[in-house]
Ligand binder design. Sequence first.
Ligand code: SDX
Length: 430
Amino acid sequence: MSTQRTATLTVDGKTVEFPIMKGTHGNDVIDIRTLGAKTGLFTYDSGFLSTASCQSRITYIDGDKGELLYRGYPIEQLAENCTFLEVAYLLKQGELPNLQQKLTFEKTIKTHTMVHEQLVKFFQGFRRDAHPMAVMVGVVGALSAFYHEVTDFSDAEHRNISFNRLVAKLPTIVAMAYKYNTGQPFMYPRNDLDYTANFMYMMFGTPCEQYKPNPVLVKALDLIFTLHADHEQNASTSTVRLSGSSGANPFACISAGIACLWGPAHGGANEACLQMLEEIGDVSRVGEYIKRAKDKNDSFKLMGFGHRVYKNFDPRAKLMGKVCADVLAELGLENDRLFKLARELEKIALEDPYFIEKKLYPNVDFYSGIVQKALGIPTSMFTCIFALARTVGWMTQWEEMLTDPEYKIGRPRQLYIGTARRDVPSLDKR
Ligand code: SDX
């Protein structure tokens, strides 16, 4: 007796069976890869609400439990016990590093933090007030014009070098985008500083005086990187996977991921959330905006609320709320206007029947803007910070896709609803 679970589909009197695949956790899936051949039918799932695009071992999200696991470890425990680079190593290798592996990986990353001096010239083409995410898309994409000696991505060493270069250089490029926007000189990376302290030095240091990163703030930002490192098959990760599936250069694929992340429905929500809080301005106006968010005829959405997968709380939002409180306390900003407004907005929204019914909870973007603003990071840079951290997840997912034995170029089909076949009329008959 076969124990293989199957799903049966009967169409026009014909019955076909499809195997059900079981994962370690979460939803099992129906393997419908033979559906077209067996029935001549495709599935329709605009927005991929019920579609698994791949098998993955990297990240697991349980939207009902509010659970996020990186390689099986709960995000809460990683946030408490690991640095961002230890998490980057975990995501890439599948296991946490021991002390020797940690030190070796940190040293490897440190020796790749500088960018080619020619890359500096790419910045000159942008207006100083260009959005930093536009600069990031351009400059990270331009990295694909370098490193011609490393283009065989069937070779693990070439994949490793590309991973190390991107993880190491993203902080440098993000800091350069910020410095270019402010008109201040670029700060070269310093190998005597750890990853996140070095990033803060490149962002806020100047050649004119000593800059010593505040360790409490460094630790907070390092945790923010960890919370943003990966998130299974979100829109930007799916973009990286799909562009990588054609064999495209990984630097170009990461640039595509950055472009997708920029959208306000995705990674751009932290910037949009802070702008929304500034627009609301005062607790007395929260009700007006909650009303707008519930109005079907109003396109306004409460930025930082809701999630495709989390239909309970986003565990990252809880951790981000704590980081936010810690940073504000460290900086003596406990009475920060926006933070108090955000707390009030969260409380009111979570008690509102609409948000309860729609299962709309604060997501990772709700507090991240406030804490980044407190860290001195300008609003326009928030999504660049998100991209810096998510590069680890994007590159790990890119490598998993390339090394998947079932790897194929991604090529979805469609339901054609356009004009039926017709003949071209002569010009005098149009
Ligand atoms: C990220 O995928 C990921 O994992 C992404 C991410 C990651 O780490 O990669 O977690 C990062 O992108 C977080 C999400 C950041 N975006 C925002 O905060 C923008 C505001 N949120 C919404 O745009 C929305 O909630 C989404 C895009 C996040 C999720 O959209 P879905 O899953 O397509 O859900 P939906 O838009 O269909 O909403 C379901 C219902 C709708 O009402 P009905 O049509 O059913 O009547 O809830 C409503 C929506 O109108 N709704 C909201 C709302 N979000 C959803 N109403 C008011 N305010 C909101 N924020």
